[in-house]
Design a protein around this ligand. Structure first.
Ligand code: IMP
Ligand code: MG
Length: 176
């Protein structure tokens, strides 16, 4: 494929193997207790689907649509939190996102879920950028630690492009 951006960081099969491992760890951790999986859209769309298919069938599924990025930079603000309500009281919640960068998104979403009386809240991200967390947030499961570079594919986008790529690729930094 000639139009692939940047260079490959994680192949589709490396991702699939790791998603399977994560599903096994998560299943062991909850030990048969029912959970609600909350995936942050659009970035975690493929990760969430692939992961949840491997979790027990009692898993409830919710998708929240939140946004913080503009181009290759965090906008510093979260949009979309006002529309997220559901039945989380007393539930064990597994929060799923594509990538932990500054931590702003997960900090806000976590606060929102706890305000809705979730019984427990644990976070799983596919990727964690090294050394970029300004807002510290505890993440129980990380798929891959990656360098602080902009990545696309497997749900991650650059201005809505490249989400559907099956692998994760690193894009050269371009000036804003
Ligand atoms: P945070 O709020 O700074 O932690 O950023 C988290 C959100 O920003 C993620 O859920 C992604 O949607 C987006 N994001 C952060 N880094 C990247 C990247 O390298 N590529 C694509 N999206 C990113
Ligand atoms: Mg996101």
């Amino acid at each position: 494929m000639a139009d692939l951006p940047g260079k490959e960081l994680l192949s589709a099969s490396v991702i699939a193997d790791r998603v399977r491992e994560l599903s096994e760890e998560i299943t062991r951790y909850y030990d048969g207790e029912p959970i609600t999986a909350v995936g942050l859209m659009n970035g975690s769309i493929f990760f969430m689907v692939d992961l949840i298919r491997l979790l027990p069938s009692s898993t409830r599924i919710e998708c929240w649509r939140v946004q913080s990025y503009l181009g290759q930079r965090s906008s510093g603000r979260i949009q979309g939190l006002d529309s997220v309500n559901g039945d989380y009281a007393g539930r064990r919640v597994l929060l799923i996102d594509d990538i932990l960068d500054s931590g702003l998104t997960l900090t806000h979403v976590k606060r929102s879920l706890l305000a809705q009386n979730a019984r427990s809240l644990d976070i799983c991200v596919l990727l964690k950028k090294e050394g970029t967390q300004i807002h510290p947030v505890d993440v129980r499961w990380v798929g891959f630690d990656i360098p602080d570079q902009f990545v696309v594919g497997y749900g991650l986008d650059l201005d809505h492009q490249y989400r559907s790529l099956p692998m994760i690729r690193v894009i050269e930094n371009t000036p804003d």
